[in-house]
Design a protein around this ligand. Structure first.
Ligand code: KG4
Ligand code: ZN
Length: 346
C-alpha cells in the first residue's frame, strides 16, 4: 500500500510518500515558510495559504520522484482536512481531491491531530490503547487513544497551548520565531534555578493545563530586567516541562485505574524538545509504562504522518467523499466538554 500525504494546515508545506511495507517512509519533504512569516513574528494565514499554493505542485512532484514512483503507483491520496488555518487546509484538500479524481484513487481527509497521534506507530509497534500527550503550537491535550478514530480527551489547556507558551515566551525574550527551538537553544547555556517562575495547575485534580499565568510572570520578570536571557529561557522551559509532567502523571494515574494502558506516547512539535523527552522517560519509568516518542523530525508538522494516518484508516476500509469540507476546528474527541478560555482550539 502506497499513499501520498499532503500537509498544509499551518506554515509548513509538506508532501510524503509512505508505504505499509518497510522502509515505510519513501520520501518526506517539508518546505518551511519561516522566511515569509519571520518579519511578522508569527504565522500570517493569508501569506501561508498563498505560499502553499505556490509550492505544493512542485513539492508533490519531488516527493514522488524521490520515492521513485508515479501517480499510477499510488493506492490513495491523504491530505490534512483540519484543524488548522483554513486557507492552507483548503489548498491541500483541493489538491488531494484533484489527484484522487483524476486518477480514480480513494481520498482521505486526515485530522491533523490524528496524524500526530498515530505518528508513533509509523516507525514502532505501539499497541492500542495508549496515553498520548499531544503538544503542538495549537494544541495541548492528554488523550486516551483507544484505536484509529477513537479518542477520549482526559485533559486540555484552558488557555494557551504548550507550543504557544514557548513561542510567546521566546517573543518576550527577543529570541524570534519559532520560539520552541530558540528557547531550547538559549536554555542550554542558562540556569533555571536563578529565575523563579510559577507552575500553573501543578498538583490540581484532573489533567487540564494552563500557561497564560506563566507568560505573564515571565513578562513581569523581563520588565524588571537584570536576568540573563539564557537563565530566563531555561526557567521558562523548566516551568513548561514541569507543568506537562505533572498533568501527564495525573492522567497516567487516572487512566491506569480504569484502563489497561501500558504505553505513554508524546507527539506534536513540542515533543521535539529534549528536556521534555528526558523528563517523560523518567516519568514513564516511575509509572512502570513503556515510553515512545517519534524522532524529532516526525514530531513537527510533516506529510509522512498524514500519509500514515491515511494508511491506518484505509486499512480499516475508511475513505472520504470528494465533497468533504475542510474543518478549521475538528476535535479528536467530539464528546469532550468545551474547555474554558479564549485560546482553545479544539
Ligand atoms: O506540531 P507543530 O509543528 O505544528 C502545530 O501543529 O502546531 O508544532 C509547532 C510548535 C511550535 O509552537 C514550536 O515552537 C514548537 O512546536 N516546537 C518546540 C520545539 N520544536 C518545535 N517547542 C519546544 N522545543 C522544541 N525543540
Ligand atoms: Zn501539528
Amino acid at each position: 500500500m502506497l499513499v501520498l500525504g499532503i500537509e498544509t494546515s499551518c506554515d509548513e508545506t509538506a508532501a510524503a510518500v509512505v508505504s505499509d511495507d518497510a522502509p515505510r517512509i519513501r520520501s518526506n519533504l517539508v518546505l518551511s515558510q519561516l522566511a515569509e512569516h519571520r518579519p511578522y513574528g508569527g504565522v500570517v494565514p493569508e501569506i501561508a495559504a498563498r505560499a502553499h499554493l505556490d509550492h505544493l505542485d512542485k513539492l508533490i512532484e519531488r516527493a514522488l520522484d524521490e520515492a521513485g514512483v508515479g501517480f499510477g503507483d499510488l493506492d490513495a491520496v491523504a491530505a490534512t482536512g483540519g484543524p488548522g488555518l483554513i486557507g492552507g487546509v483548503m489548498v491541500g484538500v483541493m489538491e488531494a481531491k484533484a489527484i484522487a479524481l483524476a486518477r480514480g484513487l480513494p481520498f482521505l481527509a486526515v485530522n491533523h491531530l490524528e496524524g500526530h497521534a498515530l505518528s508513533a506507530r509509523l516507525l514502532e509497534e505501539v499497541a492500542f490503547p495508549f496515553l498520548l500527550l499531544l503538544v503542538s503550537g495549537g494544541h495541548c491535550q492528554l488523550l486516551l487513544v483507544e484505536g484509529v478514530g477513537s479518542y477520549r480527551r482526559l485533559g486540555t489547556t484552558i488557555d494557551d497551548a504548550a507550543g504557544e507558551a514557548f513561542d510567546k515566551g521566546a517573543k518576550l525574550l527577543g529570541l524570534g520565531y519559532p520560539g520552541g527551538p530558540a528557547v531550547e537553544r538559549a536554555a542550554a547555556a542558562g540556569d533555571a534555578g536563578r529565575v523563579p517562575l510559577p507552575r500553573p495547575m501543578l498538583g490540581r485534580p484532573g489533567c487540564d493545563f494552563s500557561f497564560s499565568g506563566l507568560k505573564t510572570a515571565l513578562a513581569r520578570r523581563v520588565e524588571q530586567g537584570g536576568d540573563a536571557v539564557a537563565d530566563l529561557a531555561a526557567a521558562l522551559q523548566a516551568a513548561i516541562v514541569d507543568c506537562l509532567i505533572d498533568r501527564t502523571r495525573s492522567a497516567l494515574r487516572r487512566c491506569r485505574a480504569a484502563h489497561p494502558v501500558r504505553t505513554l506516547v508524546v507527539a506534536g512539535g513540542v515533543a521535539a524538545n529534549r528536556a521534555l523527552r528526558e523528563a517523560l522517560v523518567a516519568l514513564a519509568a516511575e509509572a512502570g509504562v513503556a515510553f515512545v516518542a517519534p524522532p524529532a523530525w516526525l514530531c513537527t508538522d510533516n506529510g509522512a504522518m498524514i500519509a500514515w494516518a491515511g494508511i491506518e484508516r484505509l486499512k480499516l476500509g475508511l475513505a472520504d467523499a470528494l465533497d468533504f469540507a475542510p474543518r478549521p476546528r475538528w476535535p479528536l474527541d467530539p464528546d469532550a466538554a468545551p474547555a474554558i478560555g479564549a485560546g482553545v482550539k479544539a
